[in-house]
Design a binder for this molecule. Structure first.
Ligand code: FE
Ligand code: FE
Ligand code: ZN
Length: 280
């Protein structure tokens, strides 16, 4: 069975979030360790975290993914903005001690006029200050759409970040289907070719998770707008091939599609497992 789930909110507690995942037959999921806008974060409830981890182990729902606040810019030109990203990510990675063995995903950032190379250097330098040999999380760089001045829209850029990281064994990649498609990788007509390119540039062994999102805009649009599965420019057939691809088997697949409620995600999960679904 494929490992699939969706992005969930911990607003009603961590254990409750795991129970929500279970209720929609998810066997992985993703969440923010703090308010996604990245400001003040409550202290982590360690008992609740332990209860969640117990449930996830019992129900075979690991690994799961924690997502860094998407407002951070790890390669900002403004030193204070970059320092803020460093501070939040450091705190998040300490929180990951309560979720040992799991994945922490972040956006490599926008260079805002400094140029891609400068952005790559800064994001790699930040990782070098954050990663420690004994940390229990694997940090994932997310593939981006290349919207605006985002870095990480080309596999080569991700490889250059990883090349500059010292503790490379702590770093992996999360492939977002909407983002790579918007960046120009044709996963609809040439999934094998895209994965070969990923393997050549980064190495498939670095691929640790997928974000499974349809795209509102066409191939190469460089616009990051997610659509429900089957309702965008990627289309259901491409997703059914993707979740079945031998190179992607066993990776956690996370839906970040626009859905109003858990029932919407339950339908998408069933759909991608190849089960009959009504009311699509
Ligand atoms: Fe993301
Ligand atoms: Fe994503
Ligand atoms: Zn996105």
């Amino acid at each position: 069975m494929i490992r699939i789930g969706c992005h969930l909110s911990p607003s009603k507690g961590l254990l409750r979030m795991g129970q929500d995942a279970l209720s929609i037959r998810a066997n992985t999921f993703q969440f923010f360790l703090r308010n996604p806008r990245g400001s003040k974060a409550k202290a982590l409830d360690l008992e609740d975290a332990a209860a969640l981890m117990k449930l996830l182990r019992e129900k075979d729902m690991l690994p799961m993914v924690a997502h860094a606040p998407y407002t951070l810019n790890p390669c900002a030109a403004d030193g204070r903005v970059q320092e803020f990203a460093a501070m939040v990510m450091k705190d998040d990675l300490e929180r990951m001690n309560a979720f040992s063995g799991n994945l922490y995903n972040f956006h490599p950032g926008s260079h805002v006029g400094q140029g891609i190379s400068a952005g790559i250097e800064k994001t790699a330098a930040l990782l070098n200050t954050l990663l420690t040999p004994d940390m229990p999380a694997t940090v994932l760089i997310e593939t981006m759409s290349g919207q605006g001045s985002e870095i990480g829209g080309a596999f080569e850029e991700i490889r250059k970040i990883i090349d500059r990281v010292e503790l490379r064994e702590k770093v992996g990649v999360c492939l977002d289907t909407c983002h790579v498609f918007a960046a120009g990788y044709d996963i609809v007509h040439d999934l094998d070719g895209v994965l070969e390119s990923f393997d050549r540039q980064i190495g498939l062994s670095r691929l640790k998770a997928l974000h499974v999102n349809d795209s509102l805009f066409p191939l190469g649009s460089r616009k990051d707008r997610h659509a429900p599965i089957g309702k965008g420019c990627i289309g259901l057939d491409a997703f059914l091939a993707l979740v079945d691809h031998p190179s992607l088997k066993n990776l956690p697949m996370i839906l970040e599609t626009p859905q109003d409620d858990l029932a919407g995600y339950a339908r998408e999960i069933a759909l991608l497992r190849g089960e009959a679904v009504d009311n699509l």
